[in-house]
Design a protein around this ligand. Structure first.
Ligand SMILES: Nc1ncnc2c1ncn2[C@@H]1O[C@H](COP(=O)(O)OP(=O)(O)OP(=O)(O)O)[C@@H](O)[C@H]1O
Ligand SMILES: Nc1nc2c(c(=O)[nH]1)N=C(CO)CN2
Length: 175
């Protein structure tokens, strides 16, 4: 499996430092980085705003579970502590595996709760879809069609309008 779209989010501590650390943690697998967006909390309103971004990562040797393990290792390195009482609560760093494609560019579909692909809630999240378009304007969300079409539903349009591009903050992929 070669290619993964990963989302990065942080709303605790030095949010920008956490996003940069995530890109560093994923190291030379990262080939494209989106802009950084200031986003209202999704799913649990009583928490600070997030910084979000999306990256494209490539590694010919990585199967889908390798991407999950890497994502979780980056979260752990950022001191992420899970609060079971708040499913969508605040966190130093969230790295979600949004979708993975095989060597032949076939999307991986997986229903396992340990790793569901594509990510089961990402199609409802403008904080994932909008940054993804920075990387791939014609992005296709496996099983859902064009990302631009998803963003034209009233709910997602409203969410997307509430995102604020932070053009003062950038993420660099490794050269
Ligand atoms: N595509 C995926 N990406 C990341 N984690 C996943 C995925 N599919 C299933 N999981 C599982 O979800 C569990 C909870 O992950 P996590 O704590 O990051 O969720 P969350 O960030 O609070 O919520 P959400 O997944 O809605 O963003 C993890 O233990 C992981 O095994
Ligand atoms: N804006 C925003 N809201 C969220 C985010 C996130 O990354 N950005 N992550 C969550 C974890 O599931 C819950 N809510």
């Amino acid at each position: 499996m070669t290619r993964a779209v990963l989302s990065l989010g942080s709303n605790m501590g030095d949010r920008y430092a956490h996003l940069r650390a995530a890109v560093g943690c994923l190291a030379d697998t990262v080939v494209l980085t989106s802009g950084v967006y200031e986003t209202p909390p999704w799913g649990d309103a009583e928490q600070p705003a997030y910084l979000n971004a999306v990256v494209m990562a490539v590694d010919p040797g990585a199967d889908p579970l390798v991407w999950l393990r890497r994502a979780q290792a980056c979260e752990a390195a950022a001191g992420r502590v899970r609060d079971p009482a708040r499913r969508f609560g605040p966190r130093t760093l969230d790295v979600d595996v949004i979708a993975v494609w095989t060597d032949d560019d076939v999307p991986v579909l997986r229903a396992d709760p340990d790793l569901t692909l594509p990510h089961p809630r990402a199609a409802q999240r403008a904080f994932v879809l909008k940054p993804w378009l920075d990387l791939q304007p014609y992005a296709q969300f496996p099983g859902h069609g064009a990302v631009t079409d998803l963003l034209t539903t009233p709910e997602l349009t409203a969410q997307a309008q509430a995102l604020r591009p932070r053009t003062d903050l950038t993420l660099e992929s490794t050269p």
